[in-house]
Design a protein around this ligand. Structure first.
Ligand code: HEM
Length: 164
């Protein structure tokens, strides 16, 4: 049973589980790659979505990148704050807004912290665009800046809503 907080009604379409139809990674100096990813946005009655993302190698099914976090809304506004913990030792605080008409969220890092034994290159900025293409279809495009590379697309994925 959904316990969606009323502040999330303008972005209620995000709630639920999503699985990639296609996930493509790219970045200068690394080979292009494909990935499978599942996202979950769930609400337990607070003005935020609890967020989980798990990606896997599309053939070997071995785990790749993981994220856990909270996508908070400032009630009564279109302001968003996304606090995310990444499995490779990074935490990102991203802020942005949503557009009710285009059903799109845009988020950009306000701060980043990494573990003491993180390997370079270091992530220095993340930007995400999350857009509902159709009621059961979501697109996420993620751009990244590192200590070596200016802001460049790293991920582009299209997801279908998963029942249950
Ligand atoms: C490479 C960060 C999401 C797969 C990298 C690099 C960084 C990075 C810093 C090294 C780039 C370089 O050497 O110039 C991030 C961040 C992510 C993210 C901040 C999310 C916000 C993902 C996801 C996947 C993925 C979801 C796929 C499942 C890869 C792969 C490489 C890579 C395969 C190349 C590794 C190698 O060749 O050594 N990522 N990544 N990343 N990332 Fe991501």
């Amino acid at each position: 049973m959904s316990t969606l907080h009323e502040a999330l009604i303008p972005i209620s379409w995000l709630e639920g589980r999503w699985a990639t139809e296609e996930g493509r990674g790219t970045y200068p100096n690394i080979p292009d790659f494909q990935y499978h990813e599942e996202l979950e946005f769930s609400c337990i009655g607070q003005p935020m979505f609890n967020f989980v993302s798990i990606s896997k190698h599309p053939e070997k099914q071995t785990p790749m990148h993981q994220e856990r976090g909270f996508l908070r809304i400032q009630p009564g506004t279109n302001n968003l704050a996304f606090t995310v913990s990444h499995n490779f030792g990074l935490t990102s605080l991203e802020e942005g807004t949503f557009d009710v008409e285009t059903k799109q969220l845009t988020l950009e890092t306000q701060s980043l912290a990494r573990i003491s034994f993180a390997k370079p290159p270091f992530v220095t900025k993340i930007k995400r665009n999350i857009k509902l293409l159709a009621p059961d279809t979501l697109e996420v495009v993620l751009f990244m800046e590192t200590s070596n590379t200016p802001l460049t697309e790293h991920l582009k994925a299209v997801y279908k809503k998963v029942d249950g």
